[in-house]
Design a protein around this ligand. Structure first.
Ligand SMILES: [Zn+2]
Length: 126
């Protein structure tokens, strides 16, 4: 048999046959008077091709709205994060959240940031 013919060529040839069959079907539909059906199928194919492009543009618009470029409040390292998600500073590893387009330090609920103060130790004698 034809073992010298690469597989890719065979696939291309069968693809061409498929398109030719499709074209012949459209022509046949046109001659029978079902041109509207052919047009409908063409519109569906057009939608199939166009919808990923629209999806990609929508995704890029969404990214632009949801990406935040800001500096880490701890080490001032500038990086990009998503809004409404918790992230971690790639430089110092500090857990951060995004609020109003800026990174904030993430503290677990109930945690209060306090400053250490020196207290004098009093000894209670009985
Ligand atoms: Zn940092």
């Amino acid at each position: 048999m034809n073992q010298d013919v690469p597989k890719l060529f065979q696939i291309n040839l069968s693809g061409l046959g498929c398109w030719l069959t499709l074209l012949a079907t459209f022509m046949l539909l046109g001659t029978v008077g079902l041109g509207w059906l052919a047009n409908g199928i063409l519109i569906v194919i057009g939608l199939v091709i166009i919808s990923p492009i629209i999806g990609w543009l929508g995704f890029r618009w969404w990214l632009k709205r949801n990406l935040v470029d800001d500096q880490c409040p701890v080490c001032n390292y500038e990086f990009t994060g998503f809004t409404r998600t918790d992230c971690q500073c790639p430089n110092c590893g500090e857990p951060l959240k995004v609020e109003q387009g800026h990174f904030q330090r993430l503290t677990p609920p109930g945690t209060i940031d306090v400053e250490a103060v020196e207290v004098t130790v009093k000894q209670i004698e009985d």
